[in-house]
Design a binder for this molecule. Structure first.
Ligand SMILES: Cc1cc2nc3c(=O)[nH]c(=O)nc-3n(C[C@H](O)[C@H](O)[C@H](O)COP(=O)(O)OP(=O)(O)OC[C@H]3O[C@@H](n4cnc5c(N)ncnc54)[C@H](O)[C@@H]3O)c2cc1C
Length: 434
C-alpha cells in the first residue's frame, strides 16, 4: 500500500518529521539503514541548546526550539516510553568574550529576539566559575606550534551568559522518544533498509527503491539523511539544483573527567570558548564533553566515503582538544586513556540548515544541519510539517516563502532563511556556531 509520505532517515529529524506528519493525518513510512532510531549522527550529538546565532532568524528558531525540550514529555503525547524520556539539563551557557564584533552581533540578535542574557565582567565570570582561567591566549593553536606554549596575551574581558541554555540529556533517547510518538500516531519504520534510488519522472517524485529491490511509493519523499544528504540529493538528480550545497565533514568530540574537587555536573555550565576554538559541557559521571569550534589551524576533514568513515579517536585531535581545555581549566589533568567519538556533520555552504522543498515536486529536504541543529529538530519538524502541507496544497513557497508562527512562543519564523537558494549568510562564522 502506498504511503502519503516516505522519509529517508530515522535520526532526530526523520523521527521528528514522521511525528509531525503523522499528527497531521498523513500515512508515513520511514526508512533507515540502521537497526533502530537515532543511531546515525544524532547519537554522537553534544545536544547543546544555545541561542547565540549569527542571524536573528537563527536565534528565534533556537528560542522556539528550546520550548519543545522544556515541554518534551507533553509534546510527545504518549506515555509509552519504556526507556524513559530525554530531558533538558538547564545549565546556562557561558560564552567567553574573545571576539568583540561577534559579541556585539550576539547581543543585538538576542535583544531583538527577546532572549534573556547577562553580560558578565571577568571578575563576575571567575567568581561564578572559580575553576576557570580567564586568560586570553590570542586564538587557538596546536600543541605542535610553539605559540601554544607562549604566555597568555592578556585577560578576557568577561562573558555573555544565556541562562536558558543547556543540553539534552540523551540525544539518541530523544530520537527514540519521537519514534515511539510517531508510531503511536500510525507511522511505520523500515529499519535495516537502505534507499538506493529515488523514483521520479523528472518533474515529480513517486517513491524510493531499497537495496533489497523493494519499492515504497509516495507522492512526498523527505531527505532526512543527515551526513548522507548530498548522496540522496544526487540520486534524486538534484546534485546541482541548489545554491546552498551540503557536504559531510568528519568531527571528533572527546570525553574526560572533570578536574579534581570540581563537581562539574552540579556547578558547571556549557562553555563557549572561541579563544581556544572549543566548547565544553558537563556529561554524566562528572565528565566533560569537549567539542571543537573548528578553529582555522585544525583544517577541515571533508569525507568522500561515508561508509568508510574513520571512527577512531586520533591522537592528534585528542591532544589538541584536551590540552586546550587544560589551559582553560588549570586543574584539569590530561588523562592517558583517550575517550570520545568520531562522526560526520552535514555541513552546508554557510553552516546553516536547509528546510525546504526542491525543484523535484514532492521531494523535500531537512538537511545541512552543520553540527548545530539538534536543538532545533522539533521546531524544524513542525516547520517541515507546515511547509509540506502548504506546498502540496498549492502554495508557491519559492515565490512567497512561508512564515510559520512558533507553536509555543507564537514568534513568526520566516522559512525563507532556510531556503536552498538563499544567498550565503555573510555573517556566518563559517564554523559549527552557524
Ligand atoms: C559530534 C557532534 C556533535 C554535535 N553537537 C551538537 C550540539 O551540541 N548541538 C546541536 O544542536 N547539534 C549538534 N550536532 C548536530 C546534530 O546532532 C545533528 O544536526 C542532528 O543529530 C542530525 O540529525 P539527522 O536526523 O539529520 O541525521 P542523522 O542522525 O545522521 O540521521 C540520518 C539517518 O539517515 C539514515 N540514512 C542516510 N542515508 C540513508 C539511505 N540511503 N537509506 C536509509 N537510511 C539512510 C542514516 O542511517 C541515519 O540514521 C552535533 C553533531 C555531531 C556529529
Amino acid at each position: 500500500m502506498p504511503y502519503d509520505a516516505v522519509i529517508i532517515g530515522a535520526g532526530i529529524f526523520g523521527c521528528g518529521i514522521a511525528y509531525e506528519l503523522s499528527r497531521r493525518g498523513l500515512t508515513v513510512g520511514v526508512v533507515d539503514m540502521h537497526p533502530g532510531p537515532g543511531l546515525g549522527s544524532t547519537s554522537s550529538s553534544g545536544a547543546v541548546i544555545r541561542f547565540n546565532y549569527s542571524t536573528v532568524d537563527g536565534v528565534r528558531m533556537a528560542w522556539e526550539g528550546n520550548q519543545y525540550w522544556v515541554n518534551f514529555a507533553d509534546y510527545l503525547e504518549t506515555t509509552d516510553h519504556s526507556h524513559g524520556v530525554a530531558h533538558k539539563v538547564p545549565t546556562g551557557l557561558v560564552f567567553l568574550r574573545s571576539d568583540e564584533p561577534l559579541h556585539q552581533l550576539y547581543v543585538r540578535n538576542l535583544s531583538e529576539a527577546g532572549v534573556p542574557f547577562e553580560e558578565w565582567t571577568a571578575a563576575e565570570t571567575a567568581a561564578r566559575h572559580p575553576y576557570l582561567s580567564m586568560a586570553e591566549f590570542g586564538g587557538a593553536t596546536s600543541p605542535d606550534d610553539e605559540r601554544f606554549w607562549a604566555d597568555p596575551v592578556g585577560e578576557l574581558p568577561g562573558a555573555l551568559f544565556t541562562p536558558d541554555a543547556g543540553y539534552v540529556s540523551d540525544p539518541q533517547l530523544a530520537a527514540q522518544n519521537l519514534h515511539t510518538a510517531a508510531r503511536a500516531k500510525g507511522a511505520t519504520f523500515h529499519f535495516n533498509s537502505r534507499v538506493d534510488d529515488i523514483l521520479h519522472d523528472g518533474s515529480a517524485v513517486s517513491g524510493v527503491r531499497l537495496r533489497s529491490g523493494d519499492e515504497l511509493y509516495a507522492p512526498i519523499v523527505v531527505n532526512g539523511g543527515g551526513p548522507w544528504s548530498a548522496t540522496i540529493n544526487e540520486i534524486a538528480g538534484l546534485a546541482d539544483a541548489m545554491a546552498i550545497r551540503t557536504r559531510p565533514m568528519r568531527h571528533e568530540a572527546h570525553l574526560a573527567p572533570a578536574p579534581p574537587g570540581v563537581d562539574f555536573e552540579a556547578d558547571g555550565a556549557v562553555f563557549g570558548d572561541l579563544d581556544q576554538g572549543m566548547y565544553f559541557r558537563p556529561a554524566a559521571g562528572n565528565n566533560i564533553f569537549i567539542g571543537s569550534a573548528d578553529p582555522e589551524c585544525d583544517g577541515h576533514d571533508w569525507v568522500d566515503d561515508l561508509d568508510g568513515l574513520n571512527r577512531e579517536i586520533t591522537e592528534v585531535a585528542w591532544d589538541r582538544q584536551t590540552m586546550r581545555l587544560a589551559k582553560r581549566l588549570p586543574d584539569f589533568g590530561v588523562p592517558h586513556q583517550r575517550r570520545g567519538l568520531a562522526e560526520a556533520y552535514d555541513v552546508s555552504s554557510d553552516w546553516g540548515p536547509i528546510y525546504d522543498r526542491t525543484d523535484l515536486d514532492g521531494f523535500f529536504v531537512a538537511i545541512g544541519t552543520s553540527g548545530n541543529q539538534f536543538k532545533n529538530a522539533c521546531v524544524a519538524s513542525h516547520l517541515m510539517g507546515e511547509l509540506i502541507t502548504a506546498v502540496t496544497t498549492g502554495h508557491d513557497h519559492d515565490a512567497d516563502p512561508l512564515v510559520v508562527p512558533g507553536r509555543y512562543t507564537g514568534t513568526p519564523i520566516a522559512m525563507g532563511a532556510f531556503s536552498r537558494n538563499r544567498d550565503v549568510n555573510p555573517d556566518s562564522t563559517g564554523t559549527v556556531l552557524g
